[in-house]
Design a protein around this ligand. Structure first.
Ligand SMILES: Cc1ncc(COP(=O)(O)O)c(C=O)c1O
Length: 305
């Protein structure tokens, strides 16, 4: 469903079935709802997805289409998460993939490390730049590399882990900057809605991992995120959403700071699709409108093409 969330939901939903749960559910910033709705449809399970009510329309449409119960909560993700934690206590046959099944869900992100290693000929990269919302993805990529190295399936050092957040929701980057692992909750205000978790469950572990591997956790502004989306699209042909824009902008920032050695092998983890966050690129380029004639084209592009 156009984000890495299909990986975590695949593992969680397989466990949900094994453990006898009847309903698949989640608290989501958008992409997870999309993945849960699709996976529940594929498995023939009933599902409930809970999202903040101000999500991008593209994400809501791409979720409701699977016949799930879309519950838009008037509040931010942290309000949604609190509600789902309460509901999971009352509905014992419901598998909230990222609440009561979170340990299984989290393991799904390790497949990103496995796949990166495979694509690099079963070696590790020097550095990985990845986004942080709850911090689960970031820490589990680190865990995936560690476990495959321990098993002898990957050769090379543990990669330096660089985390990416949006300034408008950067509790982990702020804690990093302050030299503490205590992430003080914030009220999110950023275009990177998929990363808008103000009270990140795995924030302290993300800080530990960045510290242990010689990395850092950075925050970039909404304008830098928009520029990051364009930079990735124009230089690779990959159209990512605001999370990927955050990650790309963080890589650009680290490169500008001289924090990355030019010889380093760096992997940028692009986790979502630009078609779900179209507003982020609206108005960022010009469309040439012309009459249907050769001369109109020549006039418009005189001296260019
Ligand atoms: C596209 C995308 N990238 C990254 C993340 C970060 O995930 P995590 O909560 O595991 O840090 C999310 C979370 O919703 C997401 O939707």
């Amino acid at each position: 469903t156009h984000s890495f969330k299909d990986r975590v939901v695949s593992v969680a939903s397989a466990c949900a079935r094994d453990l006898g749960f009847e309903v698949l559910a989640c608290a989501s910033t958008g992409n997870l709802a999309n993945a849960v709705a699709a996976q529940a449809a594929a498995l023939g399970m009933q599902s409930f997805v809970f999202i903040p009510s101000d999500l991008e329309e593209q994400k809501i449409l791409a979720t409701g289409v699977y016949g799930t119960n879309v519950v838009a909560v008037n509040g931010n993700y942290d309000d949604v998460n609190r509600l789902c934690t309460e509901l999971s206590g009352e509905h014992e046959s419901w598998a909230f993939v990222n609440v009561n099944l979170r340990p299984y869900y989290a393991e799904g992100s390790k497949t990103l490390a496995y796949e990166i290693g495979e694509q690099l000929g079963w070696t590790t990269p020097d550095r990985v730049v990845a986004p942080i919302a709850s911090g689960s993805l970031f820490t589990k990529i680190g865990k995936g590399f560690r476990e495959f190295r321990e098993l002898g399936l990957l050769t090379g050092e543990q990669p330096t882990m660089s985390g990416a957040q949006a300034v408008g929701c950067s509790p982990v980057a702020q804690a990093w900057e302050a030299g503490t692992d205590v992430c003080r909750p914030v009220k999110p205000d950023t275009i990177a809605k998929s990363l808008a978790i103000g009270n990140p469950a795995d924030g302290p572990y993300a800080i530990d991992l960045a510290k242990a591997t010689g990395g850092s956790i950075e925050a970039v502004t909404d304008d830098e995120i928009r520029a990051g989306i364009r930079l990735l699209a124009e230089t690779t042909g990959i159209f990512t959403g605001t999370a990927g824009g955050t990650t790309t902008a963080t890589l650009a920032k680290l490169a500008e700071q001289g924090a990355i050695d030019p010889d380093e092998r760096v992997v940028l983890v692009i986790t979502g699709d630009g078609l779900k966050t179209l507003d982020a690129v609206r108005g960022s380029f010009e469309t040439h409108v012309i009459e249907p004639s050769y001369s109109a084209f020549e006039r418009e592009f005189a001296g260019v093409a």
